[in-house]
Design a protein around this ligand. Sequence first.
Ligand code: CAA
Length: 388
Amino acid sequence: MSSVGIERISFYTSRYYLDLALLAEKRGIDPNKYLQGLGQEKMAVLPPNEDVVTLAATSAKQALDGIDTASIAMVLIATESGIDQSKALGIWVHHLLSLPKSCRVVELKQACYAGCASLQLALSFIHTHPDKKVLLIATDVAKYGLNTPGEPTQGCGACAMLLSSNATICSIEPEYGAYTSHVMDFWRPNYREEALVDGKYSTRIYLNALEECWNEYQLASKRTFNDHARYCYHIPFSRMAEKAHERLCKLSIGTNFPEAISDSLIYSRTLGNSYTASLFIGLASLLEQASGDLSEKRIGLFSYGSGCVAEFFSAKVSTGYQKYLKKELHEELLAKRCALNVSEYEAFYQFRLPQDGSEYQVNPHQCGAFCLTGIKNHERLYSKSTMP
Ligand code: CAA
């Protein structure tokens, strides 16, 4: 059997962004705090006619371009910004993309970790059903309060991966190190749109979880720091991933060279946190932006979900992976976004659909392949967009 892992990967984010230098000026903060202290340049801002469904559906459409979808047996959606307490948002995506009726569709939640959990569950399924494929989509909108310390770390995005026993991009190795601990570093009660976060505490917990996972992973794999050519971390903001890498280097007395993680941070620096999707957008960034050939190289990956569950695992890059990437599409998406000023950002931020489910038509804005057109009888309505 050929190796099990990622056959395709593609992400999508909003077509609107805010330059954090403008936000810093408006909030009376030195712009270098955001640029250097957090390592963030821009953040993606969702327009009213996009949500986690449209983000997910557009990323999946891109990932599945040219693929025969008949063998997709399961759609797993990882999110912590779900739109319904009962129905999996993947069913809207399944409908919008006309995926096979024989599919299982389910939504998974454990903060930003749910993408990694979905990946591991999918791989076990593919090992026992090697003729079947899984579509995994991590999709999220990161929202903190206006004028809070978390504000410059907002963002949004979705990353879709086609997983199969034809891992043309990278295979996922079986060894892992996981860690769970009951902590209240970041959470979002059902009655709130924005997360509650103990920011500084969350960064300490993140690093502690990394240490615990790394120890477990090393025990399981017998690998050392230098057995990994590159590293990808969960990226709530770029500086956090850099700090994680510094911690791992120190723990392992490994050689810290910037290229080990810098390429994985390129996309996130300009789109911000995308929670469940951020690790995988980091992986896409690394594979697409790395200067050398990564074929047959091992990548260490760290997923962190507040609350908290974390996991360290690894991927082996496939020979010839480059031709399956969507580098030009992603670069064009990021390059052609519309800049917002702070008032426009705040207007998008404050937009809410009617909370009583009453009929409402959403104004059109730039969007991906699908858009949210409105709400009627408590039901969100979507359509294909007419955007090119
Ligand atoms: N020039 C350069 N650097 C500057 C600066 C300046 N003028 N002013 C400040 N800085 C530096 C600070 O020294 C600091 O760097 P160090 O951490 O290396 O010391 C950095 O900028 C940030 O400054 P503060 O610590 O003062 O920032 P803050 O307290 O206002 O907010 C934060 C930082 C707590 C991360 C906040 O942005 C936040 O709450 N973010 C959301 C929570 C989060 O992302 N947590 C990450 C772990 S949890 C997780 O990963 C899950 C998830 O996705 C949420």
